[in-house]
Design a protein around this ligand. Structure first.
Ligand code: CP
Ligand code: NVA
Length: 303
């Protein structure tokens, strides 16, 4: 029975910890995994732009001995030219897995139903699970654990926030999510993270007040306007500016490190100087995209 990776929401804490350990092992001993995908081809389909996800999947799959075929929305409209179910069923005739970055989570559900090979979510409107895994791998490397740490996410409640909540709760990491009013994380996903946290000991706090982030080990932020959101920056900038992650905020919260999934907008959601500072984990996060994804592909395709 094929297994997809769309959200991590239905994973157990034990399975999540094992995947994190696999990512660490692949990063430390790449030669042992060099033939895991030998003879396998993976289609990576992108409805939205990407730098990190596209390149880290392509190079990562190559490092596992496999081959990636990139399909972009410029080469032909992906969903719309034919139904998502027909596209996924066709791709599954040739490919051993489908990696997809799509506008709507529903498209992934349709791909999942129609494809007899695993489907991996490379970002949708609701989740970015590959990012979540890479980010907790980064925290684990930095602090030697994930349990009992506190991550404060400050900014727009979005796909990245949701995956940080789910993966963090599974790994026992306390979460504080601070957003401007009207930009909160999805309430159902917050409730689900809280339920997971009851098993793992992770506490989940949501607030509109940045002072809730006091005492966090690490501050995380993301773009105020996600891909596909056509709201002009001028319409939200004033509301979001008090939530900017900057040196003052680091000092008042006492956080030692700062994270951002990138692409980052210097001097909007985060100051450029903080990105370039010793507190920044941004490049480690970017590197870990590849190791985390290789763990996902190893898990889905070699079992
Ligand atoms: N963090 C991330 O997913 O980056 P890209 O949009 O460049 O892939
Ligand atoms: N929330 C952002 C993440 C980009 C990696 C977006 O969806 O555009």
């Amino acid at each position: 029975m094929k297994q997809d990776l769309l959200t991590f929401s239905d994973w157990t804490p034990e399975a999540m910890k094992n995947l994190l350990s696999l990512a660490v092992e692949i990063k430390q001993s790449p030669a042992s995994f060099a033939n895991i995908l030998a003879g396998k081809s993976i289609v990576a389909l992108f409805e939205k732009p990407s730098l990190r996800t596209r390149v880290s999947f392509d190079i990562g799959i190559n490092k596992l001995g496999g081959h990636m075929v990139y399909l972009d929305s410029q080469a032909g409209k992906l969903v719309g030219r034919e139904d998502a179910v027909d596209m996924a069923a066709n791709l599954a005739c040739w490919a051993d897995a489908i990696v997809a970055r799509v506008y709507s989570h529903d498209t992934l559900l349709q791909f999942s139903d129609a494809s007899r090979v695993p489907v991996v979510n490379a970002l949708c409107d609701k989740y970015h699970p590959c990012q979540g895994l890479a980010d907790y791998l980064t925290l684990f490397e930095q602090f030697g654990k994930t349990e009992g740490l506190t991550m404060a996410y400050i900014g727009d409640g979005n796909n990245v926030t949701h995956s940080l909540l789910i993966v963090g709760a599974l790994l026992g990491c306390n979460q504080v999510v601070v957003t401007p009013e009207g930009h909160e994380a999805n309430a159902d996903i917050v409730a689900h993270a809280k339920a997971i946290g009851e098993q793992t000991g992770a506490s989940i706090t949501v607030s509109n007040d940045v002072s809730a982030a006091k005492g966090a080990n690490v501050i995380y932020t993301d773009t105020w306007l996600s891909m596909g959101d056509d709201t002009p920056l001028s319409a939200i900038k004033e509301k979001f500016m008090p939530y900017q992650v900057n040196e003052d905020l680091m000092a008042t919260t006492g956080a030692t490190h700062v994270m951002h999934c990138q692409p980052a907008h210097r001097d909007l959601e985060i100051t450029g100087s903080l990105i370039d500072s010793d507190a920044s984990l941004l490049m480690q996060q970017a590197e870990n995209r590849m190791h985390g994804q290789n763990a996902i592909l190893t898990k889905l395709l070699s079992s």
